[in-house]
Design a protein around this ligand. Structure first.
Ligand code: GRG
Length: 303
């Protein structure tokens, strides 16, 4: 269905299979809209807020891509005849409201990255110096707050209280996930259940709840909105699992974050948890907290 909607008339097979190219036009519209939405009165705040919305440092745009594709799938008319006429004008307004969800989601995501980099004392993000590294912690925190505020204003303008509540709860989940990551006992650090709960809050909640918001705006039934939510939840969990693996196998330039950064911060992720199932003796190393680089090497040997 998505292919039909976007590729009527397009020919390249490769292009049809690339999800990002399916929404390429909308993604560049989103980039422009984001740049115009984060303009601040005070020049210092403006340059900080715009930092990750500059051309060329836009990140992968995974969340907006998923949301725009989800919108295409859920806005499809039931029958082809419905597509002719009425649906077109109706769908324009709907589409712009859903584009707004993609923008709000990206603003919340970037706000969380700005605060995350302060908490982690990160030096790089999206392949360039992190905002805290370049402009200092104070401005990075304020820029994150500013983006959140802009996201709230955009959310309010949708005039849909259920959608407002969904995305406001996501912010609470992001904070909860981050706090769970900071304060763990050995039992929690080594528990797959704890990891999955934390990962839901930290990563999957934003994707699942924004997918649900797309379904609600499309006027879908409660049943379909739950399916959209579950899809986003599973996709979000998978996305974080891959991110965790890439922290061990990727290079810092392609990831925009330092390789092995999780383990060096003492954060136990899925690869370690799986290795621990096979090698229970790894637990002793994990419990020491990875302050000693020799313990990082020891864990890598098990992996
Ligand atoms: C102020 C909203 C707010 C939250 C504060 C710091 C914090 C609480 C939450 C941090 C949550 C966090 C950073 C989760 C990690 C999610 C994740 C997988 C980030 C990387 O996403 P990518 O790879 O990044 O999609 P790009 O740069 O491509 O957009």
């Amino acid at each position: 269905d998505i292919r039909y909607q976007f590729h009527h008339g397009r020919s390249s097979e490769k292009e049809q299979l690339d999800p990002f190219s399916l929404v390429a036009d909308e993604l560049s519209l989103l980039a422009n809209r984001l740049r115009s939405m984060v303009v601040a009165e005070v020049p210092k705040l403006a340059s900080a807020a715009e930092y990750f919305f500059k051309m060329g440092v836009e990140g992968k745009r995974f969340r907006p891509t998923v949301l725009l594709l989800m919108a295409s799938a859920l806005n499809m008319p039931i029958s082809q005849s419905a597509a002719d006429g009425v649906f077109d004008s109706l769908s324009k307004d709907l589409r712009s409201r859903q584009q707004s969800i993609a923008e709000i989601t990206e603003m919340i995501h970037v706000a969380s990255l700005l605060h995350d980099d302060v908490l982690d004392d990160a030096e790089t993000r999206r392949g360039i110096g992190s905002l805290n590294f370049v402009m200092g912690n104070k401005l990075a925190v304020l820029a994150g707050d500013f983006l959140l505020s802009r996201a709230c204003v955009a959310l309010a303008s949708l005039k849909n209280t259920e959608v407002v509540a969904l995305l406001a709860t996501v912010v609470e989940h992001l904070v909860t996930g981050e706090t769970m990551q900071m304060s763990t006992t050995s039992e929690q650090r080594c528990s797959m259940e704890y990891y999955l709960q934390k990962t839901y809050y930290k990563t999957a909640s934003l994707i699942s709840n924004s997918c649900k918001a797309i379904a609600l705006l499309a006027g879908q039934t409660a049943e379909v909105s739950i399916l959209a939510y579950n899809y986003g939840r599973n996709l979000g969990l998978a996305y974080q699992l891959i991110d965790d693996v890439l922290d061990f196998t990727g290079t810092s330039s392609s990831l925009g974050k330092g390789s092995l950064s999780d383990i060096r911060h003492g954060i136990v992720t899925a690869p370690i948890l799986f290795a621990m199932e096979e090698y229970p003796q790894l637990r002793e190393v994990v419990d020491r907290g990875f302050d000693d680089p020799a313990d990082v090497d020891a864990a890598l040997d098990y992996l």
